[in-house]
Design a protein around this ligand. Sequence first.
Ligand SMILES: NC(=O)c1ccc[n+]([C@@H]2O[C@H](COP(=O)([O-])OP(=O)(O)OC[C@H]3O[C@@H](n4cnc5c(N)ncnc54)[C@H](O)[C@@H]3O)[C@@H](O)[C@H]2O)c1
Length: 329
Amino acid sequence: MRILVTGSSGQIGTNLALRLQRDGHEVFGVDKRLNTWTEEFRYLLQDLTAPGGVGDDYPPTDLVVHLAAHAKVHELVREPRRALENAIMTFNVLEYCRTNELPLVFSSTREVYGDVHRFEEYGEATADFAFTESPYSASKIASEALIYSYARCYGLRYLVFRFSNVYGRYDNDLSRMVRVIPLFTQRLLRDEPITVYGGGDKTLDFTYIDDCVDGLARGAEALGTDKVVNETINLAYGQGNTIVRAAELIGAALGVQPEIVFTPALLGEVTHYVADIRKARDLLGWEPQVPLEEGIPRAVAWFREHPEHAADFVGDWVPQEADFKVATH
Ligand SMILES: NC(=O)c1ccc[n+]([C@@H]2O[C@H](COP(=O)([O-])OP(=O)(O)OC[C@H]3O[C@@H](n4cnc5c(N)ncnc54)[C@H](O)[C@@H]3O)[C@@H](O)[C@H]2O)c1
């Protein structure tokens, strides 16, 4: 297939584009930033929030994978306009799909479930917009809603994937995008203490990048061949791990004992999530391969091989009182 990947300079976009090319697909990317990792696929530099929409500067395409977004939860609490930009990007991409009759794969998030501590495992049907936790969640719920409406009104064919804490390869550009595993790795490498926002029992479902990309690649093929159409699917490892456990595994990979400081959760943050991944298994024959104990050593090894991408890191952002969540449940 000829596949257009938006957000192709980002972590998931770069990994996905390379994987799709290896699978024999023809990939074309779009991002507003240069790709600092690879020159192995073609892409256009474009801001997808532009009022004119996506435009016509693209080669013919069979399917679109829309990954471009402002992807940091707390950053959007501080700058909610970016949430609106996420929704505008999705709208522009949807219009492109409508005009060109293209199927769409979309990157949503476990944030759409909120931080409600209602379940042990979160199945796809349990999302409810009444639990919207942050402007970022709102931007993804709005994007999902637009997609479902385009399916009903214009016959759009889609797959929506909900990811959770994707880590590994191409995520250590710390001056741009501070994520917990690269951040802890950098801090522990410098012998600095690490901060866990949300307490010692904060539990998340960490997903190794290759598992996420494998699900997306299977989804693109299934949608492109009409085998799986109009479904919303969790893509995660399907197991909860505390952040403390992640920190210990990073410490073990680096041979250091982490010193951990605990604070309340930040506004907008999810503090408990474990995905129900049965739907991805059933529909796509997908099975995650990399548990956290194997993924973290791989991610840390990658980080150490590419220190240049972390070089500009000047330290973690320091939260103010107003950045912390007031308990609501
Ligand atoms: N990585 C995760 O843990 C995770 C979890 C849940 C959902 N997601 C979603 O998956 C998608 C990909 O995430 P990622 O981890 O690769 O993030 P990323 O930030 O590495 O990549 C997103 C890319 O989108 C681009 N972009 C942002 N605004 C743009 C614009 N106006 N025009 C063109 N390009 C623009 C950025 O430059 C960036 O390269 C995002 O939509 C994100 O919300 C990621």
